[in-house]
Design a protein around this ligand. Structure first.
Ligand SMILES: [Zn+2]
Length: 155
C-alpha cells in the first residue's frame, strides 16, 4: 500500500515537472519581437523574471476594425494569449509609441494587470496601464520612461 502511494506521488511529481517546463513555440511578428525582448529586459532590471518560452503568446500586426483601438490582448480559455497591434497605428507610430502600446498590452497579457488611471495633481497618468479614456493625460517620453517602467513592473 505504501509503495503504491510513493509511486503515485512520484508520478505526480514527474507530471508536475513536465507541465512546469512546457515550452511554447510562439509566433511573434518580427517587428514586434524587439519590443517583446525589451520588455523582458526591462522586467529583469526591475527584478521580474519573464521567460517568453514559458508563456503561450502570439503577436501580430493586423487591421483592428474598431477605430481608436490601437492594440489588444486577447485571452483564450485554454490559457493562450494573443497580442494584436493595429496596422495603421503601427505605420505612423514613433519607436516610443510602439514600445508604449506593446508594453501596455503585455501589461495585460503577461503581467495580468488591469487598467489604472491613477494621476498626479496635474492630471498626468502615473501608469502605462491607463485606460486611454482621457481620465488622465499622459505622454510617454524619454524623460518619464524610467518612472513609468518602474511602476509597470512594481505594482
Ligand atoms: Zn488596455
Amino acid at each position: 500500500m505504501k509503495t503504491r502511494f510513493y509511486y503515485y506521488f512520484f508520478c505526480l511529481m514527474i507530471l508536475n515537472l513536465i507541465s512546469c517546463s512546457k515550452q511554447f513555440d510562439n509566433d511573434i511578428e518580427s517587428e514586434l519581437q524587439e519590443h517583446f525582448d525589451t520588455f523582458v529586459l526591462e522586467a529583469s532590471l526591475q527584478g521580474v523574471d519573464i521567460s517568453l518560452d514559458l508563456i503561450d503568446i502570439d503577436a501580430y500586426i493586423e487591421n483592428i476594425e474598431d477605430r481608436g483601438t490601437l492594440g489588444q490582448c486577447k485571452s483564450y480559455s485554454n490559457g493562450s494569449k494573443k497580442v494584436v497591434i493595429d496596422q495603421q497605428f503601427w505605420n505612423r507610430a514613433t519607436d516610443l509609441e510602439k514600445e508604449y502600446i506593446i508594453f501596455h498590452e503585455l501589461g495585460h497579457c503577461i503581467l495580468d494587470r488591469d487598467h489604472d488611471d491613477s494621476k498626479d495633481s496635474d492630471g498626468t497618468c502615473l501608469s502605462i496601464m491607463q485606460s486611454g479614456d482621457n481620465t488622465c493625460s499622459g505622454n510617454y517620453t524619454s524623460q518619464n520612461r524610467n518612472s513609468l517602467l518602474n511602476e509597470l513592473f512594481d505594482f
